[in-house]
Design a protein around this ligand. Sequence first.
Ligand code: HEM
Length: 236
Amino acid sequence: MRGAWRGLGPRGELLGSEPSAAEGWIRDNLTPIAELVTGSHRVRRMVGAVEANARLSATLGMVLLVLLAAEGASLLVIHRFLVIHIFLGLLLVPVVLLKLASVLRRFGGYYLGDLRYRAAGPPAALLRLLGPVVVVLTAILFATGVELWLFGYRYGSVWLTLHQGSFVLWFCAMAVHVVGHMADGPILAARDAAGQPAVPGRERRRAWVAASVAMGLALAMGGLLYASPFPAVIGH
Ligand code: HEM
């Protein structure tokens, strides 16, 4: 089944095919930066199911990058417009949960000995070490945010300290995560957007991503109906 194997070559290229102009640009310009985190890229062989999972993870990563940047920008006006921060935070929840499910699938596949995930290998050492840290900090950041939205200071200001403290650590870990994936992320996501080369399940992956954003929007809009006890204008 030689034809069923594909994957990323030493410089992030698709094995056995000419790169598109965009992939060539990413490899020339972004791969050297990503390699500051990953070291030189290894060949990563992926059968359909593994590449399908990687494409879903990467596409969600791209969607998250945009939403997280907007959430980050909301910090500039958080003292006056906390509602924007809460809206975007709730919108992010289902997208983050789907991303966690997709990385957990890879984690489970690898550690439970699925030969397809074993053949593709683990992430580069630093990203592999950082993976659980990113997951735990993300869980703390979002859980404490939702707690503050639901209960305000009812259970003490420790929740705000945890939310702010986890944000600082999460931001540092996420910066390394994003730099480490700044070459393979866009390449995998662009391949799935273009359907080139085809990997089965593309429509289903799209539907999952769209559904997670739609659920996020529903949650965020529903959240507007809830009168949070957290002070609407911080520091006033
Ligand atoms: C809340 C946000 C996020 C969480 C919790 C998260 C978590 C993870 C984890 C635990 C992994 C597996 C370890 C690894 O390969 O590094 C992973 C993989 C990955 N992430 Fe993220 N990530 C997030 C956001 C992002 C963003 C913004 C990007 C955009 C660059 C991104 C791109 C990727 C890519 C391309 C992979 C590799 C997928 C694969 O090849 O299987 N992630 N993510």
